[in-house]
Design a protein around this ligand. Structure first.
Ligand code: UDP
Length: 250
């Protein structure tokens, strides 16, 4: 069931249910976007109504981050579990392998998408990659600046599933603006930093920190320049949630 939590859409599903839903979406004849709202995205959505609207056009919205669960509790709602984009991307790779669907990795830094694809291929050996490329994609003054043939190049590889790693906000907007011109794509997902992790460029927080919901602390340690973003994802987000009174479970 879709809920609005901290102002963003969240489908309250377990990981297994979400994977089953992705499989259903892949099998129908429409195009779908998957988003993984996290606290930082909720903060952006509160400031940018257009971004918020785009999130609500998604077919599947997964709560990426413990903050969303806390917000759900505050709002008297429930999310069975949090589902990170990094983990769900792997589930999609597995589904793609089983269903013989091809995958395209778009975005991330130079060489990262390619390396990520190689590493994923080692795990899901029969998975077919349509392509992987970094590309120079910019959103300037309300317009996309990108290679004129970018869409044709991706379309020519006929991917079924598209992973877009352009950072939150930008990647969801890019999907919304380009998906209809990529007719073979059934599922497009904004994966944020997932390709950085698949490629080995970045390391995830150790399991015990993740279990304690302290991944943000790890990120602060390894990427101190992200301090402002981490501040937004924690304290600004909390402010956003706490400005409404607490509600009891509905
Ligand atoms: N990225 C990109 N182009 C951009 C902005 C970001 O390719 O204009 C890539 C970046 O290199 C990284 C990924 O998008 O691999 C996710 O960036 P970030 O970690 O900032 O994502 P977020 O956590 O904000 O979703």
């Amino acid at each position: 069931m879709r809920q609005t939590i901290a102002g963003v859409p969240i489908d309250a599903l377990t990981f297994q249910e979400a994977a089953a839903r992705a499989l259903e979406l892949l099998s129908d004849d429409r195009q779908h976007m998957i988003v993984t709202p996290n606290p930082e995205m909720a903060v952006l959505a509160a400031r940018d109504p257009q971004f918020k609207k785009i999130l609500f056009t998604s077919s599947l919205a997964l709560a990426d981050g413990f903050g969303l669960r806390l917000a759900a509790w505050w709002e008297g709602k429930q999310i069975p579990e949090t589902i990170t984009g990094v983990d769900f991307g792997l589930a999609l790779a597995q589904i793609a392998e089983q269903k013989k669907c091809s995958v395209y990795f778009l975005g991330a830094g130079e060489g990262t998408a390619e390396k990520a694809a190689q590493n994923i291929q080692r795990v899901y050996r029969k998975l077919r990659f349509a392509g992987a490329s970094a590309e120079r994609i910019r959103w300037i003054n309300g317009k996309w600046e990108e290679e004129a043939d970018l869409i044709d190049r991706i379309a020519a590889t006929e991917p079924d599933i598209l992973f877009v790693a352009l950072g939150h906000g930008k990647q969801e907007r890019w999907i919304k603006d380009h998906l209809s011109r990529l007719p073979t794509v059934r599922l497009a997902i904004g994966v944020g930093g997932a390709l950085d992790y698949y490629s080995g460029k970045k390391k995830r927080a150790p399991g015990f920190l993740r279990a304690l919901h302290l991944e943000w602390l790890w990120r602060l340690g390894v990427e101190p320049w992200r301090a402002w973003r981490i501040f937004e994802a924690t304290f600004v987000f909390l402010g956003l949630v706490l400005k409404n009174p607490r509600k009891k479970v509905q």
